[in-house]
Design a protein around this ligand. Sequence first.
Ligand SMILES: Cc1ncc(COP(=O)(O)O)c(C=O)c1O
Length: 460
Amino acid sequence: MSLTTPAARRDLAFHLHPSTNLRLVQTEGPLVITRGEGVYVYDDEGRRYLEGMSGLWCASLGFSERRLAEAAYRQMLELPFYHAFAGKVPAVSTQLAERLIRIAPAGMGKVLFANSGSEANDTAVKLAWYVNNALGRPQKKKIIARERAYHGVTVATASLTGLAFAHTDFDLPIPRILHTDAPYYYRGARPGESEEAFSARVAESLEALIVREGPDTVAAFFAEPVMGAGGVIVPPATYFDRIQPILRKYEILFVVDEVICGFGRTGNLFGTQTFDLKPDIMTLAKALSAGYMPISANLVSSALYEILLAQSDKLGIFGHGYTYSSHPVPAAVALEALKIYEERDIVSQVRRAAPRMQAGLRSYADHPLIGDARGIGLIGAVEVVRDKATKQSFDPKAGVAAFLVRRAQHHGVILRNMPGDVVAFCPPLIVSESEMDEMFAGFAKALDDTWAMVKEKGLA
Ligand SMILES: Cc1ncc(COP(=O)(O)O)c(C=O)c1O
């Protein structure tokens, strides 16, 4: 971080940072990244950082995969833009659609492309509304997401997101969006409650909400298989087994947000497989292109597609899509990323790496500052607490996890702190064992620094 390099000065003068404490960036300066290599990125003063977050949970193949760059270049030369409105389509987008359906869980029939995770989830909200109008159920429109969910920041998806920062002063959530409990055992369980009993209770709470609202008013339920930005919350084993029958009972569409979990992260190609989910719609983004190009997708079940087809017959058009839906350049990059995942058997690679990752995280569970260490596959988190026994958090104003993450960065490792003093880990899927050890070594130094700071300031 710097205030004085030319790039930093330009940034401070002209750039409005997304999802940033705007004052802090003015006082501490931005971290200007100029290049990447493998799991590392370099700042404008030549310092190297191990990217323990794959950027924003997306750079699954690291930061220097030439095949993706070459795929983009080739496509740019051949057909730099075309669209899929009114029955036209770039050839490469048809290849990507086919490949996605071939690797998707059974039941998915068609692919609708967009540019970001938010757009894909926003599209899923619109599809849920549209389908219920098509079915003559105009009152069945409410959408249920979960507290601590992160589904994006458009008007509809920020409403689905169950985190205060996405709502406060943005006049959100919009009407017809509801929130139910997160499967957050560490904080949500009652004393002595088993994971099984906890899952049963949160499922009952979802059913009670549906019944209270009226099942004929509820259109869809959105869930990430593992909640990411809400704190890397891995659901208890039986949670989704309890939830899915309720959705089926009340004819509520299940939208599975695979934006983080998709493409290997949890040790299967999709989180849907890890938790045996039966989605009506799956949303994909991020690792779909290894983060190299903006692209997202809605995989829509064959049954839902039939409804869209009938409605298009009636209205003369399926009236949704973006200029850059099915853009050929991100499609070419995504297609290449999927080839690489298959050739290198990325799922096996994640399964090989996962034990070290998860053992690394859990090795901090005894530290006085760590209340919980959790994760699955190559995603995980530690939760920083003031008092392990009572799970009491630090005063958010003390910024303890933010300090920890800053110290990790000082020691050459990029991690991310999230609401509730959770520190997330989500390294590129290509991370080697020695790189994982390096990531944890940097974290351990940062934890020592944080412990010293907490003691010095008398915070604990
Ligand atoms: C699970 C999940 N869904 C949706 C989104 C939104 O994606 P985007 O930032 O591409 O709009 C994110 C972004 O982090 C996410 O983690």
